[in-house]
Design a protein around this ligand. Structure first.
Ligand code: BEZ
Ligand code: FE
Length: 282
């Protein structure tokens, strides 16, 4: 086969990749070719635009290292990460809704007992976070592993600054399926935007911000691991999260409290905030 034009070339490539013996590989390759060719036919790029696209992808790869994953960021800001999340976690009415893991999760974070302060020296308004973990029918899950992490009051994660881990930790639910910790209130923050993805956001006329949130990854034997956040009610970026990760069911008030003695006996000299979420695992 030869002498392809801008239309017949699609069928030719589809026929060629049909040789893949792995059926999943064949399906993925054919869908990729169909959609990519349709994209090019719709956009009709100039040679210079095509070269700029290749250059963008090259710089995206070159930006990646052990600490920075620019391709995941690209997938996030194009809504693809949330689309994959949605496909893989089709909603069961009673289960807590999922959202993106993000790039700042650390495997095996430091362990803390219930009630501990995980802020690790971050400064800002004190925040008490409590909640519970249960099955879909509401049965408490004891010993669930609750990993939490969040940005500081300036919108930076510990791993974005030199120094020790802070604002993250691993707790286990008690016999009644409950957990509680102290930390500081995170703020909304921009995703890393000093690379090609940041340039793309600027060219698309978009801001790079995410609304304030605390991340949770909750694992319990016999249950699907839950990856989610709890967003701060009233945050100005809830309707324009740069990674499209907000769902109504995972927004909660970070409620302001007067100085005084908190229910766990901690004496707090300044106004502080409280957050509560009760998680349900599939
Ligand atoms: C985060 O919430 O930590 C995050 C998610 C996606 C991209 C960047 C950061
Ligand atoms: Fe985050």
């Amino acid at each position: 086969m030869r002498n392809f034009d801008e239309f017949t070339i699609t069928e030719a490539v589809l026929a060629r990749v049909a040789a893949a013996t792995d059926p999943r590989m064949r399906l993925i390759s054919q869908a990729l070719v169909r959609h990519l060719h349709a994209f090019v036919r719709e956009v009709e790029p100039t040679q210079a635009e095509w070269a700029a696209g290749i250059d963008f992808l090259t710089r995206t790869g070159q930006m990646c290292d052990g600490k920075r994953q620019e391709f995941i960021l690209l997938s996030d800001i194009l809504g693809v990460s949330m689309q994959v999340d949605a496909i893989n976690h089709r909603r069961s009415a009673a289960a807590t809704e999922t959202t993106v893991l993000g790039p700042f999760y650390v495997e095996s974070p430091p362990e803390f007992p219930c009630g501990a302060d995980i802020s690790g020296g971050m400064t800002g308004q004190k925040l008490s976070v409590e909640g519970s973990v249960a099955t879909l029918d509401g049965t408490p899950i004891a010993g669930a592993i609750v990993d939490v992490w969040h940005a500081d009051a300036e919108g930076c994660y510990d791993v974005q600054r030199p120094g020790d881990l802070a604002g993250r930790g691993r707790l286990r639910t008690d016999a009644a399926g409950r957990f509680h910790f102290w930390t500081i209130r995170p703020s909304s923050y921009p995703v890393p935007h000093d690379g090609p993805v940041g340039q793309l956001l600027a060219r698309q006329g978009r801001h790079p911000y995410r609304p304030a949130h605390v991340h949770f990854k909750i694992a319990a034997a016999g249950h699907e691991t839950l990856v989610t956040h709890v967003f701060a009610a009233g945050d100005p970026y809830l309707d324009s999260d740069v990674v499209f990760g907000v769902k109504d069911s995972i927004i909660r008030p970070y409620t302001e409290q007067e100085p005084g003695t908190a229910p766990d006996g901690t004496v707090v000299a300044e106004r502080y905030a409280t957050l509560r979420y009760d998680f349900r695992l599939k």
